[in-house]
Design a protein around this ligand. Structure first.
Ligand code: GLN
Length: 280
């Protein structure tokens, strides 16, 4: 079978299984099997596949057909300028979360040496991307999941950051180590109703603990704000990822803890996504 026919076949199977990105995914899977860029595929549509490659392709299409995200199938996800290891224990880094990295780099562009804390690191994508960009910064990352810490340590190794970051297994309430110039968090913030309506690929495969924020979606955000008011230095910044409809409620939670709201940023879909505040 040639490349063109394999892509068509894989894409049809995925489409029949309600995978909306069926064609793209079929192409990505084949390019990974062949260990080539996607462009190679378009330039070699008539090339005949070896039996081994075809079998591997068919197996991976079967895996994707169940709804399993591509990132979990290959154990990798691009985020910011880097490639992160991921597995089923960590949330797959989202392009929208790159906004958080961007805003922190902008906020700290004139700083050379800062101490950062990331609450709920997951794969480590946020704090590790920032540390890679800012050579004089030090970071601490916490997560209550030991399995997440394992992955974030792999990622810090891959990015040569082990001497500038420390990880602790802790939930937010019980963490009391250090004082920070900046705290960042992408906490679980999805409310009960929205969680139940998530698309199947997320609901069936991504960790609930990284997504679900209690009935109103705000229970972890409240904890992060409380803890940040203790651990931030005066004038330190808190940068939070929030859901599209949480702006006013999170502003109130922050104001109640005497944070000044600096700005609220929108994501690619023009929804509120990130709130920057300062501890007074
Ligand atoms: N943005 C993620 C999603 O929509 C949610 C991330 C989170 O809860 N922190 O799937």
């Amino acid at each position: 079978m040639n490349i063109q026919s394999a892509i068509n076949k894989g894409s049809k199977i995925l489409q029949n299984n309600n995978i909306s990105s069926f064609r793209l995914d079929s192409e990505i899977i084949l390019s990974k099997v062949l260990n080539k860029e996607r462009s190679y595929i378009f330039l070699n549509l008539n090339k005949v596949l070896s039996n081994d490659d075809l079998n591997r392709f068919n197996d991976l299409i079967k895996e994707r057909q169940t709804g399993k995200p591509i990132a979990y199938i290959f154990g990798k996800k691009e985020f910011w300028k880097f490639e992160f290891d991921v597995d089923k224990n960590v949330l797959i880094p989202r392009p929208d979360t790159e906004l958080i990295v961007e805003v922190i780099l902008e906020l700290t562009k004139n700083k050379t040496s800062l101490k950062l804390l990331d609450i709920g690191i997951g794969s480590g994508c946020i704090i590790l991307s920032i540390l890679r960009e800012k050579k004089g910064f030090y970071g601490v990352g916490i997560d209550m999941s030991k399995k997440c810490l394992k992955i974030s340590k792999v990622n810090s190794n891959k990015l040569n950051l082990t001497n500038r970051v420390r990880f602790f297994k802790s939930d937010v309430d019980n963490f009391n180590y250090g004082k920070y110039d900046l705290i960042v968090s992408n906490p679980p913030y999805i409310n009960k109703f929205s969680y139940d309506c998530l698309e199947k690929g997320i609901l069936d495969f991504e960790p609930k603990i990284a997504l679900y924020g209690g009935i109103d979606g705000l229970s972890e955000i409240r904890k992060v704000v409380n803890k940040s008011s203790e651990l931030l230095k005066k004038n330190g910044k808190l940068v939070l990822e929030i859901a599209y409809d949480q702006r006013e409620k999170v502003k109130k939670i922050l104001n109640d803890k005497k944070f000044y709201i600096n700005k609220i940023l929108k994501d690619y879909a023009k929804n509120d996504r990130c709130i920057v505040s300062t501890k007074m």
